[in-house]
Design a protein around this ligand. Structure first.
Ligand code: CA
Length: 451
C-alpha cells in the first residue's frame, strides 16, 4: 500500500499549473542529522519532498519547471550516485540510472553535479519557487545559484526576478487528502488504536497483580505494537505522563513510576508511509476512576463530543473550539474550580488556567500539518478531505488554587477526524473512551490474566 506513481505525477502537474509561467521550483530532500559523533538520528524524509516524489533517500533535490522551452513540464531529480563501497557501509542507493523509471522523473543526475547543473537549469526562468528558511543547506544552495546567475557576464545568463514561497501552493495541496492518503491515515490510525488499547490492557493486568506501572513500560507497550504492525517510528515523541506529569503538555521523559490512584495520559501515534496518527487517552492506572477523576474526565469527554457536532463542511474549527470552551467552563463552574457567571469566565478567559491549548490542528504528513487556519483574516471553513485532531483537555496542576481533591490531574482526549461531504468520520474512535469502556477493558484484561 503506497502512493501510486500516477498520483505523484498528478501532484507535480498540479504544482506546475499553479506556478506563474516560466517558473522553476526547487524542492530539497531532508539530510541526515548527527545524533552523537559519527552516528545519526534515523532518517526521516522531508514532508514536502516526500509529497512530491516519494524518493526515500537523503540529500536529493527535485527540480520542476514549467518553462516553454520544456513544453511547460520538466522534472529533474538530483540524487546520490551508485557507489559500491559507500553502499556497503551506508546502505543501498537507488542511483540516477534507476531513479528516472522508478519515480517517473524526466531526468535524474548525480548529486555531485547539482551545483553546476542547477545554474543552467535555473537560467532564464522568471520566478523561482522555493521554501526559504526551511533548510539552511538549501538556502545556501539557492543563494549560490542566484549569485552565480546575477554575476554572469551580461547577456549570457538571466537570474529569476523573484523568489516565490512554494509553501503557499504546497500547503493548500497537502491540506486536502486524496483517497489514497486517507487510506494511509486510516492505517496509521488503526495501528495507533491497537497500541493505546494494548497499553490500557497492560496497566489493567499490572493493577490486578498489584504491580507498579512505569511510564516507560507503557511507552514500550505502545512502541511494541507500532513495530509489530510494521510502523517503525512514532510520528512524534510519545508522551506518557502519570499524575502531575500529565499537566506538562509536552512531557516526554516518561521515566517515573505511576502511583496507584493516579491518572495517566498517553499521547502517541505512529507514522505509516509518512502519515501520522495522533491519539490521546487518559485512564486510571489502577483501572478504576475515583469520583473526582470521573467528574473531570466526563467533562472533557462531554466537551469533545459536543465539539464533534461542529465538524462538517462550512463550519470552522473556531466554532468547535468555542463550543468546547463553553462546555468546559460551565463544567468547571459547576464543580467549583471556577466561580462566577459563564459569560464573565469566558470573557475573562479564566478557563485558560485549566485548558490552555488549542482544540485541534491539521494532521497529515506532519503531525502538526501544514495549511492555513485563516483565509483573508477569517477562520476558514472546513471542507471535505481535511483531517484534523479534536483534543480538549483539563489540567489541574499540583499548586492550582482549587480544592486539593482536584490537584495533580491532567486529562486530554484526542481523536483524528476526517471531514466528509456531510460531516466527519472519526478515524480513531475504536480506542475505549467512555468511563465504562475503559474500566471494562482494564477489568477484562485482569480476569484473563488470572484465568
Ligand atoms: Ca497529540
Amino acid at each position: 500500500m503506497q502512493i501510486s506513481d500516477s498520483e505523484f505525477q498528478a501532484r507535480r502537474s498540479a504544482l506546475l499549473k499553479q506556478m506563474q509561467p516560466d517558473s522553476i521550483a526547487l524542492i530539497p530532500a531532508a539530510q541526515l542529522v548527527t545524533r552523537s559523533r559519527d552516528t545519526e538520528f534515523p532518517f526521516r524524509q522531508d514532508s514536502y519532498f516526500q509529497y512530491m516524489c516519494g524518493f526515500p533517500e537523503p540529500d536529493a533535490c527535485l527540480v520542476l519547471s514549467n518553462h516553454g522551452r520544456y513544453n511547460q513540464k520538466l522534472s529533474v531529480l538530483f540524487c546520490l550516485a551508485k557507489d559500491p563501497v559507500a553502499e556497503v557501509w551506508q546502505g543501498r542507493r537507488i542511483g540516477p540510472e534507476q531513479a528516472t523509471d522508478k519515480f517517473s522523473i524526466d531526468l535524474a543526475l548525480p548529486l555531485d553535479e547539482m551545483s553546476g547543473e542547477l545554474i543552467d537549469l535555473v537560467d532564464g526562468h522568471q520566478h523561482l519557487y522555493f521554501a526559504t528558511g526551511h533548510s539552511q543547506a538549501a538556502d545556501e544552495l539557492v543563494e549560490q545559484v542566484m549569485t552565480s546567475l546575477r554575476g554572469a557576464p551580461k547577456q549570457t545568463k538571466q537570474a529569476p526576478t523573484s523568489v516565490v514561497d512554494i509553501r503557499v501552493i504546497l500547503d493548500e495541496m497537502r491540506l486536502h487528502k486524496s483517497p489514497k492518503e486517507i487510506q494511509m491515515m486510516q492505517k496509521a490510525s488503526a495501528i495507533s488504536v491497537a497500541a493505546h488499547s494494548r497499553a490500557m490492557r497492560f496497566s489493567g493486568k499490572c493493577a490486578q497483580a498489584n504491580q507498579p506501572v512505569l511510564e516507560a513500560q507503557l511507552e514500550a507497550e505502545i512502541h511494541h505494537e507500532f513495530a509489530m504492525q510494521g510502523a517503525k517510528y512514532p510520528a512524534y515523541g510519545t508522551i506518557v505522563g502519570g499524575g502531575d506529569n500529565a499537566c506538562i503538555l509536552h512531557y516526554t521523559e516518561n521515566n517515573q513510576v505511576i502511583n496507584s490512584g493516579d491518572l495517566v495520559l498517553i499521547d502517541a501515534g505512529c507514522e505509516w508511509q509518512g502519515y501520522a496518527a495522533d491519539i490521546t487517552r487518559t485512564f486510571p492506572v489502577n483501572g478504576v476512576f475515583s469520583p473526582e477523576q470521573k467528574q473531570l474526565y466526563q467533562l472533557v469527554l462531554d466537551a469533545q463530543l459536543a465539539s464533534f457536532n461542529w465538524i462538517k463542511p462550512g463550519n470552522t474549527l473556531k466554532q468547535a473550539t468555542d463550543c468546547a470552551i463553553q462546555v468546559i467552563t460551565q463544567g468547571l463552574i459547576e464543580l467549583g474550580l471556577l466561580s462566577g457567571s459563564l459569560e464573565d469566565n469566558i470573557e475573562e478567559q479564566t478557563y485558560r488556567a485549566f485548558f490552555m491549548h488549542g482544540l485541534g490542528h491539521w494532521l497529515g504528513l506532519d503531525v502538526h500539518d501544514v495549511g492555513q487556519y485563516k483565509q483573508g483574516g477569517q477562520d476558514r471553513p472546513l471542507s471535505s478531505g481535511m483531517v484534523l485532531t479534536i483534543e480538549p483537555g483539563i489540567y489541574v496542576s499540583p499548586d492550582a488554587d482549587v480544592a486539593p481533591k482536584w490537584q495533580g490531574m491532567g486529562i486530554r482526549i484526542e481523536d483524528n477526524l476526517l471531514v466528509t461531504d456531510t460531516g466527519y468520520v472519526n478515524l480513531t474512535e475504536c480506542v475505549p473512551k467512555t468511563i465504562a469502556e475503559i474500566e471494562g477493558l482494564m477489568a477484562v484484561s485482569s480476569e484473563s490474566h488470572n484465568g
